[in-house]
Design a protein around this ligand. Structure first.
Ligand SMILES: [Zn+2]
Length: 105
């Protein structure tokens, strides 16, 4: 980003401008590093309700890319986790069916 006082390009995380020493407004910092809430929701849901987590994470990842928000990595993690949780659930159900079938035989 650029300093509003002197116009020099400065680090996005800078609290004060190294060139002129002016303090960078707090709201500007927040604006440039806003985290996509949906990415957090999707990440949490991926553990609890994997299918909902997967959908939320996919939407969040798209939103993060389009609106240049933080949380793209978190959304990607949400997609992976929900996929793994679903795979484990399916495997568990299959093993249960095999187990029941074995007991019946
Ligand atoms: Zn400056």
């Amino acid at each position: 980003m650029f300093c509003k006082n002197c116009g020099k390009e400065i680090n996005d995380n800078a609290v004060i401008c190294p060139n002129c020493g002016v303090q960078i407004a707090a709201f500007e910092k927040k604006e440039s590093k806003e985290t996509c809430t949906l990415a957090i929701v999707g990440f949490v849901l991926s553990f609890l309700i994997p299918i909902a987590g997967l959908i939320c994470s996919i939407i969040a990842r798209k939103k993060c890319n389009e609106e240049n928000l933080e949380g793209g990595g978190l959304a990607f993690a949400g997609i992976i986790i929900s996929a793994v949780v679903m795979a484990i659930t399916v495997l568990y159900v299959i093993l249960m069916i095999i187990g029941v079938a074995a007991l019946m035989a």
